[in-house]
Write a protein that binds this ligand. Structure first.
Ligand code: ATP
Ligand code: AMP
Ligand code: MG
Length: 196
């Protein structure tokens, strides 16, 4: 029997527009197909774990924690996400590489993705200059300042990390460009992936 998979993992560097594109895509799916999509935000799940343990008060403090604590919280969050993802159509909003005080933490290590078993890993990308300006213009979050050249390198590394997830799980890897002022266009590609 053909194996069926219901989870799309959406990744991309901070401020690229993942959450914005996801929210628009699920509205499009609802409108066009009348279907509901469950959004699971990995950061929110991790924040719950980290708050209960008294580690942080703000979600943007988590990446500053010792990496051993981040890894523990990630493991707990991954288990909770995999359990909740056993329903209908699901999107997991997360990161492949988290910039910590000790290098990149792998957001989707083997023990997390083999539980989730995604159909597709979407990598949302945008021009590095635009990402810098989106971060600067978003006062809802405590975003890290990053030089445009470093944003570029971070995006390139995310391609490698997304391919690694595909290699472990058999998921397809889809790059979606989130062009300035064109969220609907990016969302429409994501909606197609959800409904495939
Ligand atoms: P994080 O990883 O930190 O959660 P994110 O990738 O989810 O970030 P968003 O919070 O969705 O990013 O978006 C960051 C900012 O960029 C928001 O202010 C949002 O309104 C803006 N934005 C998103 N997409 C676009 C776009 N296509 N054009 C212009 N602005 C955009
Ligand atoms: P977000 O709202 O997507 O930026 O997520 C908030 C925070 O959650 C991030 O800055 C990371 O510290 C953490 N986070 C999200 N996804 C993961 C993951 N897969 N592994 C480890 N940390 C994560
Ligand atoms: Mg987000």
């Amino acid at each position: 029997m053909t194996e069926s998979r219901n989870v799309v993992i959406v990744t991309g560097i901070p401020g690229v527009g993942k959450t914005t594109v996801i929210n628009t895509a699920i509205e499009q799916v609802k409108e066009k197909y009348g279907e509901d999509v469950l959004i699971l935000n990995f950061g929110t799940e991790m924040f719950e774990v980290a708050t209960k343990a008294g580690h942080v008060k703000d979600r943007d403090e988590m990446r500053k924690l010792p990496t051993s604590i981040q890894r523990d919280n990630q493991r707990s969050a991954g288990i909770a996400i995999a359990e909740k993802a056993k329903t209908a159509k699901v999107i997991v909003d997360t990161h492949t590489l988290i910039q910590t005080n000790n290098g990149y933490l792998i957001g989707l290590p083997e023990w997390v993705v083999t539980e989730i078993k995604p159909k597709t890993v979407v990598l949302v990308e945008a021009e590095s200059e635009k990402i810098a300006s989106r971060r600067a213009g978003d006062d809802t979050r405590a975003r890290d300042a990053q030089a445009v050249a470093d944003i570029q390198v971070h995006q390139e590394m995310c391609r490698a990390a997304a391919v690694a997830v595909g290699t472990i799980t058999g998921a397809t890897v889809r790059i979606i460009k989130n062009r300035e002022g064109l969220v609907e266009e990016a969302a429409s590609e994501l909606a197609d992936t959800i409904m495939e």
